[in-house]
Design a protein around this ligand. Structure first.
Ligand code: HAS
Length: 535
């Protein structure tokens, strides 16, 4: 629950910043008291994309581990250590941004420079998450030792994959922080190897998006089937798709740098191909969800080509919110494939199309699934029940979110195709014809963003209602069983050493030459070789 509290506060603060942003971008509203556009944009990105997500995810994953494997007292104590380190880091980073000392956005691209405490705060968030990961690995290891020939619980397996991916990915950003950015921001160095810091950021930044997505997939694969009264379509398929995510989430970061000079296009092309590989486990997930819906419906006696759609519990918010998330992922995922297509990326890169893409994927698919989880997890943790009234409010909330996001992200996508830049306050660009074309969409964006802000307020109200005012009782922790006729999951799915080895080989293949290139061809004085002497 402590993780949930931080996630909720982050949602409110981050959402308010989102509202200010769409209003400012509409050109009809000026930020009051001289507030810098980049301060609110940084708070919005850092608090929602880094803080809200990581706190919700780790809290949810701890709940899954507790439910499927259990915590010892000692492990729980260490889990608290992880929580506090993350929280202290968050507060330090948040304060530096709020006082305007870190207007560097959530990607903190050098040569934009923040106060050292911003970077130290973010580093602490990562270190805290490592402590939790170590606890989860230990829990899993001890469980495996005590159950030598048993298949691990599916949800615990998924948590371990996600945390493994997270630990391997965060090595990139931690290295960049320690050898480049923190020494530079502290003044030990005057220059920085910009390309190295960006490449290490995206080595982390792309798997970061799957670190958000996989907990949503955990719910889709193993919890939604129970909510709709069905079973898991295939335990093996679910595990295999997670293994593919471990392999292909990391060696693809260059698809965020396709227009970046100084990186060889051959390696960009190779990473584009690997990006198309990471689409496969999502297509497997889509297939599996359709199969779950259809099989469950047919078992309940609904015939016809699409008759099974009728059985879905449309009035149960635990299903509806994640389902709207799934729907959003159809255009969201298609947008990702467009982004990843090397030549087409030239058209959309750095336009507001990209925020349109991630408001569908992260802010709808992932966030609505997280809300769907919160509706049963929070009552479960607080010893209360999900009431009909909360369920109804949740349905309104989901609809409001869906409508707001459709308006906002459609406007962003269209504007992006018309060339409107991302990360920029309103400007008429000297009255150019092209900028005039964006006006109506900027207004639509503001309308959608305002609806979303109301949806956030409603969500906060629902949280408060669930935590303090719902009746005491027991709320089910819904975990589905596998289909009866399913083939047994093969033992090789738990060949952890092999999975880690393949992951590392793929990373070395995709990144060794690009990293050597950016170090060898760095301008004189660039980190890391002359650190800490400085130039
Ligand atoms: Fe992305 C940029 C490529 C997925 C988030 N992405 C971003 C950024 C973020 C982000 C935050 O290649 C901006 C970073 C920044 O600040 O610069 N993305 C992809 C690709 C995928 C993808 C190929 N992205 C995501 C997910 C995110 C996310 C997931 C967050 C959670 N993205 C890119 C690229 C860029 C990028 C480039 C850089 C752009 C640039 O130039 O800056 C794929 O993983 C997508 C695969 C997904 C699918 C969809 C499967 C559909 C499913 C739903 C089924 C529905 C059902 C219900 C079952 C193929 C699983 C239906 C029921 C009925 C009854 C109809």
């Amino acid at each position: 629950m402590s993780y949930m509290y931080v996630a909720m506060i982050s949602l409110l603060v981050g959402g308010l910043m989102g509202l200010l942003q769409v209003l400012a971008r509409s050109g009809e509203f000026e930020l009051p008291w001289g507030i810098n556009y980049y301060t609110i944009l940084t708070v919005h990105g850092v608090i929602l994309a880094l803080v809200m997500t990581s706190f919700f995810i780790i809290g949810f994953q701890n709940a899954l581990m507790g439910k499927t494997i259990g915590f010892s007292k000692k492990q729980l104590n260490w889990a608290w250590v992880g929580f506090w380190i993350m929280l202290i880091g968050t507060v330090i980073a948040a304060v530096t941004i709020l006082i305007g000392k870190a207007n560097v956005l959530y990607t903190f691209y050098a040569p934009l420079k923040a106060h050292p405490l911003f970077y130290i705060g973010i580093t602490l968030v990562v270190v805290g998450s490592w402590v939790t990961a170590a606890v989860n690995f230990r829990q899993f290891y001890l469980w495996k030792k005590a159950h030598p020939n048993e298949k691990s619980p599916l949800l615990a397996f998924m948590v371990i994959i996600n945390m493994l991916m997270w630990c391997i990915a965060t090595i990139g950003v931690a290295t960049s922080m320690l050898i480049e950015i923190i020494p530079w921001s502290l003044g030990y160095k005057n220059t920085i190897n910009v390309l190295l810091s960006r490449t290490l950021f995206w080595y982390f930044g792309h798997p970061l998006v799957y670190f958000w997505l996989l907990p949503a997939y955990m719910a889709w694969y193993a919890i939604i089937p129970k909510v709709i009264g069905g079973k898991i379509f295939s335990d093996s398929l679910a595990r295999f798709s997670f293994i593919l995510f471990l392999f292909f989430s990391i060696p693809v970061g260059l698809h965020h740098q396709l227009t970046e000079p100084g990186l060889d296009s051959t390696w960009k092309f190779i990473q584009v191909i690997l990006t198309f590989m990471v689409v496969i486990p999502s297509l497997m997930t889509a297939f599996s969800m359709f199969a779950t819906f259809e099989i469950t419906g047919r078992k309940k006696g609904y015939g016809g080509l699409f008759g099974w759609l009728k059985h879905l519990p449309w009035k149960d918010v635990r299903f509806l919110a994640p389902f709207v998330g799934m729907l959003a992922f159809i255009p969201g995922g298609a947008g990702g494939i467009i982004n990843a297509s090397y030549q087409i990326n030239t058209m959309v890169h750095n336009t507001i199309w990209v925020p349109g893409h991630f408001h569908l994927t992260a802010a709808t698919t992932v966030v609505l699934t997280f809300f769907g989880i919160a509706y049963w997890l929070i009552p479960h943790l607080t010893g209360r029940k999900l009431t009909d009234a909360v369920n109804r409010l949740g349905i309104y909330q989901t609809i409001l979110w869906g409508v707001g996001m459709t308006i906002m992200s459609t406007a962003m996508h269209i504007q992006g195709l018309a060339g409107a830049p991302r990360r920029s306050n309103f400007s008429d660009y000297g009255g150019t014809e092209q900028a005039a074309e964006w006006g109506a969409y900027q207004m639509a964006q503001a309308v959608g963003g305002t609806i979303l802000f109301f949806a956030i307020l409603l969500m906060i109200f629902i949280f408060i209602k669930m935590i303090f005012f719902s009746p005491k009782g027991e709320q089910e922790f819904p975990i589905a069983q596998e289909e009866d006729h399913a083939e047994p999951t093969p033992k090789w799915t738990e060949n952890w050493k092999l999975w880690i080895a393949i992951t590392l080989v793929l990373i070395l293949f995709a990144y060794t030459v690009p990293i050597m290139d950016v170090i060898q061809n760095a301008p004189p004085g660039s980190a890391p070789f002359d650190w800490p002497i400085g130039s």
